[in-house]
Write a protein that binds this ligand. Sequence first.
Ligand SMILES: [Fe+2]
Ligand SMILES: [Fe+2]
Length: 127
Amino acid sequence: MTGVVEIDVQHQQLVETFNRLNDAVKNRQSREEIYRIIDEAIELTRFHFETEERLMAQSGYSGIEWHKDRHKELIIDAQNLHKKLDYVGEEMFTEWFNHWPFADVLAHIRYADQQVEDHIVQSKAMH
Ligand SMILES: [Fe+2]
Ligand SMILES: [Fe+2]
């Protein structure tokens, strides 16, 4: 896959954080610990989106507005889920947690981000 190192490294960090979060839920870690990792994942996602949006702007990517809207939606979904988890009892926690929009972020990385990376690689090749 791909070719933009800064983006690829951050994607890898995101995947690792999501895996850590999934493990924490599976191993029934305390809520405090799970929330700590959720907030870390949200912060990392936010930081990554900023990086990607900067690189999109620099390379003149034409789909930037659409892509920024997707980023906004993913952040809002993640924040909403964190809020909802606060009201969920222990029996339902894992079930609710599975609504966490990780799958959406991972799908976003696979498809939408791949187009951005292809564009950046091509625009570099032309200079
Ligand atoms: Fe990304
Ligand atoms: Fe993206």
